[in-house]
Design a binder for this molecule. Structure first.
Ligand code: FAD
Length: 323
């Protein structure tokens, strides 16, 4: 028996979510008195993969060839399932990212496993029964799911599990990809990077703005604030609908769900559909000129005032603080 974690990388660098799933998988493995093994697919150096040892991973399997450089759902699912079978994994852990969301149901089918998507904490384990808390209804509720299949597939929400180093080193091994031509019925021809900015779903700090900014010409101060803070930028739905910002920045019920450590909402009213995408942020700061704006009800810190006065002052103060 073992716990298998699926590790993601971007341009050869382990993603933050890789360390989250490694820590989560290791913590489950400790409870099950077994080992946590990782699987990485695609181009990444052995130096980078060996970092996982410090997070309690005992062995890292690596698969790469020209056909697997970019994410191909069916093929990647076949490989993860084969590794899970080879290692007799009773739990497979993935991040609830674009690829994790795509892989998990396929894996559950291939492994005849129960699935929990969007977990936010470690399961309570009682024999073969896992009780897992997960977000539900666009983050508006937390559900407790009971899963007692022999194999369990769990995806964890990005930024919901604290990464911890426990020391140790991982053995690195190549894994032979058991893929067939039918695994490549969908082929990625090219990847065009829309932006070099920090990835919104994984960002630790998000600076988000709404219709209160009046127009796209006023976004330079939002971008400057984000740059000073090392944050990703986001926006409300009407802002992206109006074409002021790209749709990739739209957060909420119909957009991206974020759970950063800090979410700064500027000139956003706090409609329920927007809050659905941001309510699991650890700290929420709201800047709005209307003291009755609903966003203040869920804010940890609120500033009532004109964004056009407050944001430049905030940038100035942060720059002075940084020196
Ligand atoms: P507004 O509601 O117009 O609010 C602007 C805010 O800016 C106001 O609170 C105002 O006081 C403040 N303001 C104005 N000037 C200033 C200033 N100078 N300084 C400081 N504050 C100022 N919305 C989303 O965001 N995400 C979603 O995923 C989403 N999904 C939806 C799905 C459905 C089915 C529906 C019906 C709606 C959805 N919406 C979504 C839209 C949502 O209901 C709201 O209309 C939207 O979130 C409002 O955007 P806003 O806060 O930017 O604009």
């Amino acid at each position: 028996m073992s716990v298998l974690v699926y590790i993601e990388n971007t341009d050869g660098q382990l993603k933050k979510s890789a360390f989250e799933v490694a820590t989560y998988g290791k913590d489950i493995a400790t409870q099950l008195n077994t080992e946590a093994i990782a699987l990485s697919i695609g181009d990444i150096s052995t130096d980078e993969l060996s970092k996982l040892g410090a997070y309690g991973i005992s062995k890292v399997y690596h698969v790469t060839n020209d056909d697997l450089k970019t994410f191909v759902n069916q093929a990647y699912a076949s490989i993860v399932a084969a590794a899970a079978k080879q290692e007799n994994a009773s739990v497979v852990v993935l991040s609830n990212t674009f690829s994790g969301k795509g892989l998990a149901p396929r894996l559950a089918t291939k492994l005849e496993a129960g699935i929990v998507s969007g977990a936010i904490s470690l399961p309570t384990i009682n024999g073969n029964t896992f009780e897992v808390q997960k977000t539900a209804f666009s983050n508006k509720a937390i559900a407790t799911v009971v899963v007692d299949s022999a194999v369990k597939v769990i995806t964890i929400n990005p930024n919901s599990y604290t990464v911890k180093e426990v020391g140790g080193s991982a053995a690195l091994e190549n894994f032979t990809a058991p893929v067939q031509s039918s695994d490549f019925s969908t082929v990625v021809k090219d990847i065009v990077r829309a932006t070099d900015k920090i990835s919104l779903p994984e960002a630790e700090i998000v600076v988000s703005a709404g219709r209160g900014m009046k127009g796209p010409e006023n976004w330079s101060m939002i971008e400057e604030l984000a740059e000073v803070l090392g944050a990703a930028t986001a926006c409300s739905k009407p802002v992206s609908d109006a074409g002021w910002r790209p749709h990739s920045e739209h957060v909420g019920q119909t957009g991206i769900v974020v759970s950063p450590n800090l979410y700064i909402a500027i000139g956003i009213s706090g409609a329920i559909q927007h809050l659905a995408g941001v309510s699991s942020s650890k700290t929420i700061v709201v800047i709005n000129k209307d003291p009755e704006a609903p966003f203040f009800k869920v804010a940890d810190y609120g500033i009532v005032g004109d964004a056009f006065t407050i944001v430049p002052k905030l940038i100035e103060a942060l720059k002075a603080h940084k020196g």
